[in-house]
Design a protein around this ligand. Sequence first.
Ligand SMILES: Nc1nc2c(ncn2[C@@H]2O[C@H](COP(=O)(O)OP(=O)(O)OP(=O)(O)O)[C@@H](O)[C@H]2O)c(=O)[nH]1
Ligand SMILES: [Mg+2]
Length: 277
Amino acid sequence: MSRLGGGIGTRGPGETKLETDRRHINRQITDIRKELKKVEQHRDRIRKQRDRTNLFRIGLIGYTNAGKSTVLNALTDSQTYEKDELFATLDPVTRKLELTSGLQVTLTDTVGFIQDLPTQLIESFQSTLEESRDVDLLLHIVDASAPNMETHQDTVLSLLKNLDMDSIPLFTVYNKKDLVDGSFYPTLFPNAIISAIDKDDQELLLEKIEHAVQQELEHYSVNIPSDRGDVLAKLNTETIISKEEFVIETQEYHVEGYTKNKTWIDFLFSHNQDNEQ
Ligand SMILES: Nc1nc2c(ncn2[C@@H]2O[C@H](COP(=O)(O)OP(=O)(O)OP(=O)(O)O)[C@@H](O)[C@H]2O)c(=O)[nH]1
Ligand SMILES: [Mg+2]
């Protein structure tokens, strides 16, 4: 009876341990369930917030010294900053960027990748990348003049895979073209081949980014009553407008374009214009 684990007081030492383990595991399961619940609630909140914003976010990634910070500065330095509720909570490595169409996006810098990252550094490295985890587009900056460019590229791509970030759309920017001797053959597509310090290349890069962004957006078509100038203004800075006309018969604006989030447009309409914020 004792060995079969009968009633109270007959448990052998092994069984007691089993019961302790079981209780321990049950507590862990409860804790994990609570954590998961929290994560779910957090995601829900984020999703709801996303419905209220249409902000397209771009992350800069790349091997160390590739020119990420230089690209960030080159693209954003010349642009003026206005105080804007949309961008009020930006962290120091995130800047606002206005594309050729007038669409405003954010651009976030990250710490450079390196090969054979020491294990104790991986965690802190990952946390700096957290910010880039849920971006809508990654700009992969590559130093086109580096002798081991391909190894650098592969290091970045495999780290992205390890971080489960390889499903994020990727656009490659081959940088430092002014330092390349002879011909250059890119291996990642789509791409832009530029020198971050060249003004014309900065323009070209902006256009290419705009194109890459548009690929990720959804087409929309709306009619806006003439008294909703607020909606029209928002669509101008927060979507790419491809068609805009005033229809005299209906006294409405007919607008077509590309947006990150269609729900956000519904939200705009339901939002009372006299009750901003
Ligand atoms: N000649 C040339 N130099 C460049 C170009 N872009 C960046 N650099 C230089 O390359 C060096 C590294 O640039 P950063 O922008 O600091 O590189 P990073 O990718 O931010 O580096 P980490 O932050 O360390 O990962 C700097 O000395 C830049 O001036 C370029 O197009 N041409
Ligand atoms: Mg940098």
